[in-house]
Write a protein that binds this ligand. Structure first.
Ligand SMILES: Cc1cc2nc3c(=O)[nH]c(=O)nc-3n(C[C@H](O)[C@H](O)[C@H](O)COP(=O)(O)OP(=O)(O)OC[C@H]3O[C@@H](n4cnc5c(N)ncnc54)[C@H](O)[C@@H]3O)c2cc1C
Length: 284
């Protein structure tokens, strides 16, 4: 279908993008366009103005900043999936970016667009939540930072205001020896996750010092599996302990039933994927 009529402006800077967003009602930013344009073609989104930030190349970077890795909002999934700095310090995120769609999608899709879109079926937001990332936002009142755990508020809804531009993502570097995994269950390689599970584990003398577990598509936002995390605190890094903890996966979740799977199926799947993710993370 052809989108409804809209105006188009190309922003030369983040500040200009913020200004343009404030001058028009229902204006929307355009980055890689791989989520917004399909919605416009279905007429589920009808922005009056598209503010194109896709060519703001100063937002396309990965750099080390002390204990964190900072990623510009316009970094493409394909670049992040092969970035050596990211693989060294945040391999979970590099791996997850390589799991998004297919090569064509990954060459256009940006990390900022994936996060700002707020789709609970998206993979990178779950990785960011699991890694305790912080999001950097520029708006009419200046710059602010928002922890990933308070950024995602509902389906396709985030903490972003109508004039806000997400400019960067900051991810703490993982300590060496930290295990990680992302288990994505989908029918075809290009599909979104029916359920996805991210895990990060730190060991200390045969016990789990830290375990973070995130869930994709198990509610209206990406979620932390807090029941699993509590069950794993200080637990032995042994198969029985992992299997017992995985049984807590559905706590606090509210999966939907759709054409891919029922809520009950997702609930059972989440337990299996949590166990597999923990096993793989501990084997790394
Ligand atoms: C065929 C196909 C398969 C896909 N498969 C997957 C998959 O398996 N897993 C997955 O996670 N995703 C998948 N995606 C989604 C893909 O990753 C999206 O492109 C991405 O989520 C959005 O990034 P974008 O740069 O294209 O954003 P756009 O489509 O340009 O924008 C998306 C939304 O974010 C807003 N926005 C964009 N950038 C910013 C910013 N910097 N600040 C504030 N707001 C902003 C826009 O206004 C819009 O509302 C798939 C997409 C397609 C088309």
């Amino acid at each position: 279908m052809i989108p409804a009529a809209f105006e188009y402006e190309r922003a030369e800077s983040v500040d200009q993008a913020v200004q343009l967003l404030g001058e028009h009602e229902d204006a929307k930013l355009l980055a890689g366009g791989h989520s917004l344009l399909p919605l416009m073609r279905l007429r589920l989104a009808r922005p009056s103005l598209l503010v194109d930030i896709d060519r703001l190349s100063d937002l396309e970077y990965v750099r080390e900043a002390g204990d964190t890795i900072e990623i510009g909002a316009l970094a493409r999934m394909s670049d992040l999936a092969t970035d050596q700095t990211l693989w060294k310090h945040c391999p979970l995120l590099a791996h997850v970016c390589g799991e998004v769609g297919d090569p064509q999608v990954r060459h256009r899709a940006t990390i900022g667009g994936s996060v700002a879109h707020g789709d609970p079926a998206s993979d990178p937001p779950t990785a960011l939540l699991t890694l305790d990332a912080v999001l950097v936002v520029r708006g009419p009142s200046g710059e602010r930072t928002v922890p990933a755990k308070s950024f995602f508020t509902s389906v396709f809804e985030t903490d972003l205001g109508p004039q806000d531009v997400l400019t960067a993502v900051r991810v703490p570097k993982l300590a060496s020896g930290t295990g990680w995994s992302y288990q994505k269950f989908h029918r075809r390689a290009i599909d979104w996750a029916i359920v996805g599970v991210a895990a990060v584990v730190e060991r200390d003398d045969g016990h789990l010092k830290r375990a973070a577990v995130g869930l994709t598509n198990m509610g209206s936002t990406p979620l932390r599996a807090s029941g699993v995390e509590s069950a794993l605190a200080g637990a032995e890094a042994a198969p029985q302990a992992l299997a017992a903890a995985a049984e807590h996966a559905p706590e606090g979740t509210a999966p939907v039933s759709d054409t891919n799977a029922s809520a009950e199926y997702r609930t059972e799947l989440s337990k299996i994927l949590v166990r597999r993710a923990l096993e793989e993370a501990l084997a790394r």
